[in-house]
Design a protein around this ligand. Structure first.
Ligand code: ADP
Ligand code: MG
Length: 561
């Protein structure tokens, strides 16, 4: 038996992992399973390309089992992948494999090493096993070799290597669980973790366990039900990763089924967008638009429904960086080939690969919405009925995509049924109309009944009915659409185009009346003026051009301003 020392950086890394990743200790299983998956990938590849290994026939699989002896519990993860030779074991499990990790570790100051957030920024991989085990044994036989080897360590500075026996190529890792890790020698825990992190890896994962049943019909001498123990082996991952398959292979039914399973929505999605990008950044996205806006879409604690995977391994769904907030209603999957497995929230925010994926995904989604609006207006109306409002949020939060969003948002109109786009409004504008008119601050029915609409209607000018409570904020950030200014007709400045008739006989007559009204209303109004905007109604309340709208004032009041 040889005893070898870890490279200093390994010892250092081990200390960091054990002390700072403690609250995420369950990720050890994800790391070990993904190493097995990598080893299976490697062997599959060599099986096709390497002369020596071409004859090999194998069914790639990963097996998990656990044992309980008193309070000693073991957990075993085994694969029939490429395996490791004597030198592989000491090279791969005695040093830090990734040079990126090494550099990163070297760049940390002593102070930074104490910061638990930083550790998430680099790959911890195999060594995470020491968070839950006080001893780890690895028995491995490299495909094409005769001799198997056993690597063993308590994670305290050194490891041993000795000859061992193994049936067939592959690697078996046995964790002697410590007190914190004991909970993982449990069928439900393992199933749950595999479902969470490794459900979609390419190979089947089997769990073996003993199932104890009691047969009530058969009693023993004391009259107790007879106990029966059966050994079971069950596949616990679905290993489908549907998004990795090509579009032409998939049916509409399969997409819908996948959506319902992964989102817990009982209804079909409205539509979906499946994209594979190859080239500088390689990734796959599969986005679903739900048929109904989630009930909590506007709650502060709403959780967006996009999951990030790296090479089929689940990383997170709790990251506001995956898509911009206004697209939080989108559900689905982003699967990247280029991100590290242990990418943390901090690193996602600055990561070049992630921001490329994010930008391209936003463009793709907005492009798809636009396409549907042109090709399938009925579907688009359903979409707008649910998601007009979040799209409007995009107008003031995503300036880079403002032009695309301006084409997508819809408003009600004084002269049209249903929803209208700014583009169609502009098309209907008579030649003498110089602005886009809207009325905001109230319910749709109230706004549509406003006497202010009368004179616009008479001139054949359409007015947008901005009855969404977000419209007020949004319209301010629109400003202009294709060089057409947007003007509120319930603010005093909008009347310019209507050519106010000044100093006619009638206005002179009205002057004394205006005086009396002003006196009667006193401080309740800013001013009383004669207007030509009204056709049938005698008077109307408007807001000064520079003041917030009535609804805005109500919002401010309710906030105690
Ligand atoms: P990474 O997976 O990022 O390379 P890890 O710490 O997870 O880092 O693993 C270190 C190395 O150990 C791997 O690169 C691989 O060469 C080797 N290894 C770990 N687990 C296995 C396994 N089950 N089969 C074969 N090789 C393995
Ligand atoms: Mg790994």
């Amino acid at each position: 038996m040889e005893q070898k020392k870890f490279k200093t950086e390994v010892s250092e890394l081990l200390q960091l992992i054990i002390h700072s990743l403690y609250s995420h200790k369950e990720i050890f299983l994800r790391e070990l399973v993904s190493n097995s998956s990598d080893a299976l990938d490697k062997l599959k590849y060599l099986n096709l390309t390497d002369e020596k290994l071409k004859g090999l026939s194998f069914d790639p699989r990963i097996d998990i089992s656990f044992t309980e002896e008193g309070d000693k519990r073991n957990l075993t993860i085994s694969d029939n992948g490429l395996g490791m030779s004597h030198d592989d074991l000491s090279d791969n499990l005695g040093t830090i494999a990734s040079s990126g990790t090494k550099k990163f570790l070297a760049s940390l100051t002593e102070e930074q090493k104490k910061d638990s957030n930083l550790i998430g920024q680099f790959g911890v991989g195999f060594y995470s096993a020491f968070m839950v085990a006080d001893k780890v044994e690895v028995i491995s036989l490299k495909a094409g070799e005769e001799q198997a080897w056993k690597w063993s360590s308590t994670g305290k500075g050194s490891y041993t290597l000795e000859e061992a026996v193994r049936d067939g190529h592959g690697t078996t890792i046995t964790l002697h669980l410590n007190e914190e890790g004991n909970e993982y020698a449990n069928r439900w825990q393992i199933e749950q973790l595999v479902k969470k992190y490794s459900d979609h890896i390419a190979y089947p994962i089997f769990l073996s366990y003993d199932q104890t049943t009691y047969d009530d019909k058969k009693k023993d001498k004391e009259g107790n039900a007879v106990k029966k123990v059966e050994h079971k082996v069950e596949q616990i991952n679905s290993s489908s990763a549907l998004w990795r398959r090509s579009k032409s292979e998939l049916t509409d039914e399969q997409y819908k089924e996948f959506y319902k399973q992964s989102s817990y929505d009982s209804e079909d999605p409205l539509f979906y967008v499946h994209t594979r990008a190859e080239g500088a950044t390689e990734y796959t996205t599969l986005f679903f638009i739900p048929s109904k806006a989630p009930f909590d879409l506007y709650h502060a604690d709403y959780r967006p429904g996009v999951k990030l995977y790296v090479k089929r391994v689940y990383i997170t769904d709790d990251d506001k960086e995956l898509l911009p907030t206004y697209l939080r209603f989108v559900r689905g999957v982003i699967d990247s080939e280029d991100l590290p497995l242990n990418v943390s929230r901090e690193i996602l925010q600055q990561n070049r690969v992630m921001s490329a994926i994010r930008n391209a995904s936003v463009k793709k989604l907005l492009g798809e919405f636009q396409k549907i609006s042109e090709q399938n207006p009925e579907l688009y109306t359903k979409f707008i009925e649910q998601f007009n409002r979040p799209l409007k949020e995009g107008l003031y939060s995503d300036y880079a995509n403002r032009d695309a969003l301006l084409e997508l948002v819809r408003f009600k109109s004084s002269s049209q049924d249903g929803y209208v786009s700014l583009a169609s409004y502009k098309q209907r504008m008579p030649a003498d109309q110089k602005s886009i008119y809207y009325i905001a601050g109230g319910k749709e029915s109230t706004l549509k009944a406003s006497p202010l609409l009368e004179s616009y209607r008479k001139k054949g000018f359409e007015v947008l009915i901005m009855s969404d409570d977000i419209d007020d904020i949004v319209v301010g950030s629109i400003g202009t659409y294709k060089e057409m200014p947007l003007k509120a007709i319930n603010k005093s400045g909008a009347v310019d185009d209507l050519k106010e008739e000044k100093d006619t006989e009638k206005t002179k007559e009205a002057k004394s009346l205006v005086k009396k009204i002003k006196k009667a209303l006193g401080d309740k109004v800013k001013d009383v003026v004669v207007s030509s905007r009204l056709v049938e109604s005698p008077a109307v309340v408007v807001v000064d051009e520079n003041d917030p709208s009535v609804q805005m004032q109500q919002i401010l009041k309710s906030m105690g301003q």
